[in-house]
Design a protein around this ligand. Sequence first.
Ligand code: SAH
Length: 357
Amino acid sequence: MTPLGRLIAARVAAEGPITLADYMADCLMHPVHGYYASRDPFGARGDFTTAPEISQMFGELLGLCLAQAWIDQGRPLPFRLVELGPGRGTLMADMLRAMASVPGLAGQIRVGLVEASPTLRGVQKDRLQGYDVQWLDGLADLAEGPLFLVANEFFDALPIRQFVRTAAGWSERMVGLQDGRLTLGLGPATPYGPLAPRLADTRPGDLVELCPALPPIADEIARRIATHGGAALVIDYGGWHSLGDTFQALKAHRPTDPFAAPGEADLTAHVDFEALSLAFTRPGARPSRMVPQGQFLERLGIAERAQRLAARLQGQPLDSHLAAYRRLTHPSEMGELFKVIACHPSGAPPPPGLDPI
Ligand code: SAH
């Protein structure tokens, strides 16, 4: 077992089984042994690759999308450009480069990065030298004002709880110990208020997931956009409504047992876009419709951008550029699995590429 595995096993032995959310939080963010806290997990030699690491086109188009939302709202100044979970800082660097060409924006962008990992904060600092950047523990630390925000593969890293419907109510899946090993078991079945609405669309035996950290974060985004203007783009894998087990571990680009080596694999779950949409609905703010990533990027003009970049390339670099375009957009790659939703002020259109509700 890993050092973190031994710590978690000791906790379970002393206190009893813990929720999957507690397990995920420890595995990802334990200050010493947590997965993100201790490493840079991205790229070919890491455990997974994200859209901005695949091609510069992703960040460029997102940057111009938010710049257009800024123009549509009368170019409010000052404003904050915020990213939740910025990874290596690649997405923000590509966004800033593209946005600098927009008249009136150059020199005006103050960046806020919400990042929990000290290791990744260091990587972001190197990557974003020369820009006005502030690191934040959460949105609560951000000054009030217009907010233009992006979150790519952030919400899937937030801890989830899982519940199985039974005749007597909902049984939570808990992480316990069996023969010295961490394993999943089921807690006692009880009625559970927050899941009451799910009685209508589930049957005994069905599993649903809840992400307790999602609503407060999404509510705060919507509150700021309703009050001060701005727009948020959330991109992640998932869909409408949570049904079924989507908890997974990735190590070296392969699925692995989430309990085999705590702290050494990336743990994620699909994002429930219905929960985002609900939180983005409040007086003064609205969600857009959810759209697949491939369609969203095509609407923003990724084909034209890809052609423009291709004209300067030959041989292997051209092949990998075309493969990157396909990977971001094709339905059998990231194009359908990943979805996009926006939050925008009620009085302004959604950012380009997204449809109003
Ligand atoms: N957006 C980046 C990175 C995605 S990985 C990209 O597209 O490449 C997830 C990121 O979220 C990492 O930077 C991780 O450290 C950060 N993160 C995960 N959970 C977090 C939390 N609870 N608070 C702040 N940052 C978190």
